[in-house]
Design a binder for this molecule. Structure first.
Ligand code: ATP
Ligand code: MN
Length: 534
């Protein structure tokens, strides 16, 4: 449906400094944005009608170029670190001016009003301004979509000015290089220059909500997916990129609340977003039918290639990037709940993709172990797959989302700890990574097995089985699980060389302990006692 009957908010845009009203496209429908993209030769349709684009130089986020303006609001509240890099306000004004000058010189500009937070109390109105139509389509897919009546009274709380086509003068702008993403809480603005990776738009809003909700509203914000069982029970899936939040929350037996960003207040869990942003690499209809089925008209596919001479996407092709993606509105998943809200969670899954093959594929955590794991935020990626380097590389990212957390991790961890205790939530650690050895020797855990383990936990079947304790990490490991061969539940049994397993477990434990040193003084002795034992 076209919303072109809605008047362009000319006054607001002029106040912002945007004057190029001659070719200003406001609140176009998905179809119109697709047509604009095709007209400008910036994308192609695949055989199922989805729009396929290339995002240019950047095919992933650029954390080293993300800044928060250090001012009277943020100076003492933001936890300044490698992910929260301070920028002087004068540079914000400089970049903002460069972006506005650039946008005002463009033949066309796309403006979209949308909002974040499915829970009305925390609703955040967002006005997104783009130099291209497909980035605007991304905003349409990923944020919540106001109806016509809501648009008539729409006042933006925050602005996103995104100009991938602009290269900044780094020196003049006080930034590292020609691209930057800058957040100003004072001016309620996110500036994105030089990067067309659409994930910057969504993670920008995520970052500000990770400040506003806990700091101003006492609401826990979380980097997790969420879904709802037949009996209305909510489950959360925390995990760093690539661990399985999107994949595992799309479950035909459960209703999807959201795949990436949620808040948890006194009585509910609610999605921040109105869409999903799924990885496409090696996507297949067999393994991930819900995501595969969402790739049709209106969906935006990024950085994939076609099978030669066809418009059929080759999901196995990594020539542009391994981080190929598709965004689509939540209702493209047939069993999504609307509005995207669930009750207090009964189960929480911490997802880790352990390329060392050490952690058990499913285990149950005590509340103290849960806090230890949450603060640690462990996963291990496979370094340099292309060059054939076989050494996994561990990442410890507090709260499973350090790059998006403006406050000290202790803030989020403290809130989660209280909620776990108050609501007696069951917490599970799921290793979606390697079994039978580290990367190079073993294999990635079969998706069907991981799904079966999660189902067994959710149906309380895992409350009825026997457990053994991991000798190093201490978590309770089930000795049987429906739909999963019993011999893969204890990772040590899956390694041909058990001495090598013990050594790998010890190595990983050492990494956990070293990483945790910086948090030791801020946690209780009980949480500290949940550390692995060497
Ligand atoms: P991001 O934060 O970047 O969105 P994510 O946590 O949502 O990441 P997914 O997009 O779900 O991660 O990526 C998991 C990837 O791993 C998918 O490509 C999925 O097909 C693949 N995979 C392979 N084996 C498994 C498994 N056992 N469990 C989960 N995912 C698996
Ligand atoms: Mn995801």
């Amino acid at each position: 449906m076209s919303l072109s009957t809605i008047a362009i908010p000319t006054k607001g845009l002029e106040e912002l400094g945007l004057h190029s009203t001659n070719a200003l496209h406001y609140q176009l429908s998905a179809e119109e944005l697709v047509q604009d993209t095709l007209r400008l030769n910036q994308g192609e349709l695949n055989n199922t009608g989805a729009l396929v684009v290339k995002t240019g130089e950047f095919t992933g986020r650029s954390p080293k170029d993300k800044f928060i303006v250090k001012d009277e609001i943020t100076a003492d509240s933001v936890h300044w670190n490698e992910f929260n890099i301070p920028l002087d306000e004068k540079y914000f004004h400089c970049i903002r001016k460069q972006i506005l000058d650039y946008l005002n010189a463009q033949p066309e500009v796309w403006v979209r009003d949308s909002y974040a937070c499915a829970e009305p109390t925390y609703r955040l109105n967002i006005r997104v301004i783009n130099d291209n139509p497909w980035s605007n389509l991304f905003a349409n897919n990923m944020f919540l979509r106001p109806d016509e009546e809501e648009l008539e009274h729409f006042t933006p709380d925050w602005h996103i000015l995104a100009a991938p086509g602009l290269k900044l003068d780094a020196k003049e702008c006080g930034v590292r290089q020609h691209n930057a993403a800058v957040i100003s809480f004072k001016h309620r603005t996110i500036l994105i220059a030089g990067s067309g990776y659409t994930g910057e738009i969504k993670k920008g809003i995520f970052s500000i909500l990770n400040y506003i909700l806990p700091h101003d509203n006492g609401v826990l914000s979380m980097h997790c997916s969420a879904n709802l069982g037949k009996d209305g029970d909510t489950a959360l899936f925390f995990g760093l990129s690539g661990t399985g939040k999107t994949t595992l929350s799309a479950d035909p037996e459960r209703k999807l609340i959201g795949d990436d960003e949620h808040g948890w207040n006194d009585h509910s869990v609610f999605n921040f977003e109105g869409g999903c942003y799924a990885k496409c690499i090696d996507l297949s209809a067999e393994k991930e039918p819900a995501i595969y089925g969402a790739i049709h008209g209106g969906a935006l596919v990024e950085n994939t290639t076609f099978h030669p001479g066809t418009s059929v996407i080759d999901f196995s092709n990594k020539t542009i990037t391994e981080n190929t993606r598709v965004s689509y509105p939540l209702n493209y998943i047939c069993n999504a709940v609307e509005p995207s809200i669930g009750g207090i969670p009964e189960n929480i899954f911490f997802l880790t993709c352990d390329a060392y093959g050490v952690l058990p594929p499913v285990s149950k955590l005590t509340p103290e172990q849960a806090m230890y794991q949450f603060i640690s935020g462990y996963t291990a990626k496979v370094a340099g797959t292309e060059a054939g380097v076989t050494e996994p590389k561990s990442t410890f990212s507090a709260c499973f989302g350090a790059p998006f957390l403006p406050l000290h991790p202790g803030h989020y961890a403290g809130m989660l700890g209280e909620k776990l205790k108050k609501h007696n939530v069951k917490v599970w650690l799921i290793n979606t990574g390697w079994t039978g050895g580290a990367y190079g020797t073993g294999n990635r855990m079969k998706l069907a097995y991981t799904r079966a383990m999660i189902s067994a936990a959710l149906s309380c079947e895992l409350d009825q089985v026997g457990y053994e304790y991991h000798p190093v990490f201490g978590m309770a490991v089930p000795t049987s699980c429906a739909g999963v061969p019993a011999n893969i539940l204890n990772p040590r049994n899956t390694w041909a060389d058990t001495a090598a397993y013990d050594k790998a477990a010890e190595n990983l434990a050492k990494q956990f302990i070293t990483n945790f040193e910086k948090y030791a003084s801020g946690v209780t002795p009980e949480v500290l006692a949940a550390a692995p034992k060497i």
